[in-house]
Design a protein around this ligand. Sequence first.
Ligand SMILES: NC(=O)c1ccc[n+]([C@@H]2O[C@H](COP(=O)([O-])OP(=O)(O)OC[C@H]3O[C@@H](n4cnc5c(N)ncnc54)[C@H](OP(=O)(O)O)[C@@H]3O)[C@@H](O)[C@H]2O)c1
Length: 287
Amino acid sequence: MRILVTGAAGMLGKDLVPVLARKHRVRGADLADFDVTDREAAERFIGAERPEMVIHAAAFTDVEGAEHDPARVMRVNADGARNVAAACGFHGARLILISTDYVFDGTKGAPYVESDRPAPLNVYGRSKLEGERLARQELPGVTVIRTAWLYSAGGRNNFPAKILKAARKGKSLKVVADEVGSPTWAADLAKAIGQIVDLGAAGPLYHLAGGGFCSRFEMAMELFSCLGIRDCELVKVSRENYPANVLRPQNSSLDSERIGREGIKPLRNWKESLREFAGMLGSHQVG
Ligand SMILES: NC(=O)c1ccc[n+]([C@@H]2O[C@H](COP(=O)([O-])OP(=O)(O)OC[C@H]3O[C@@H](n4cnc5c(N)ncnc54)[C@H](OP(=O)(O)O)[C@@H]3O)[C@@H](O)[C@H]2O)c1
């Protein structure tokens, strides 16, 4: 199949393109190829490439930064998704849209299933939910995949990368202990998306995140333990005592309920993935 991946230079895109390329003809595109906020450019690019499927992973993903420029974030995440969906509709391509756990407000107190009602708390979450809505309006057959707390070795802005960078600088590190989510290794997610493509799973909405859930503090503890970091103490803090300019959901963990019905195994437990990720990072990343 001919597949176009937007956001190919991003964290997920970098893992997704090579996974899909094992079986398909894949074209990765990023901002340098076309800007998703430009409807005509999206249509021209997709028209020229003629993909049978588009996986739209391009997005504005800086959750804190998003609060400073809501209009731009809406253009990229909401109008961008609509533009890509419209171009797919025009040129007869299927669309998989990547979305987020931040469409939820985190008050359920248990992992969110696909039928739960979204109620985003911040600009990023609102823009992604609007992207889902506009894409579905343009292309009713769109498949939305919501994931969460993504990390990878190639990612710049993800939690493990931030924690390891901070650990190199100080003897102690404050980490929030009352914010819970489902850490997801981009490599695992890329493989599962590959299965969705290969099996032709075409449901309207799937949650797809690392199995189980944990707090940011538990994730940092596990990472330090895997990497043998002992010269930096992790200190538990509550959200109230941690400076942030953005409201985040307290528990946005995801239950990947629907994907099993498609014959696709949900992602493995977050700890197992984090251990393998840490093993691949190696000690040179830490010192
Ligand atoms: N990261 C997470 O924790 C997380 C969690 C849940 C869901 N998601 C979703 O998963 C998907 C992939 O996330 P990611 O972490 O891989 O994102 P990422 O690393 O930030 O990559 C996104 C890519 O999109 C590009 N992009 C931004 N604006 C664009 C535009 N106007 N036109 C074309 N390309 C543009 C970016 O280019 P520049 O770098 O040049 O801006 C970047 O290469 C996104 O839809 C995101 O919302 C992410």
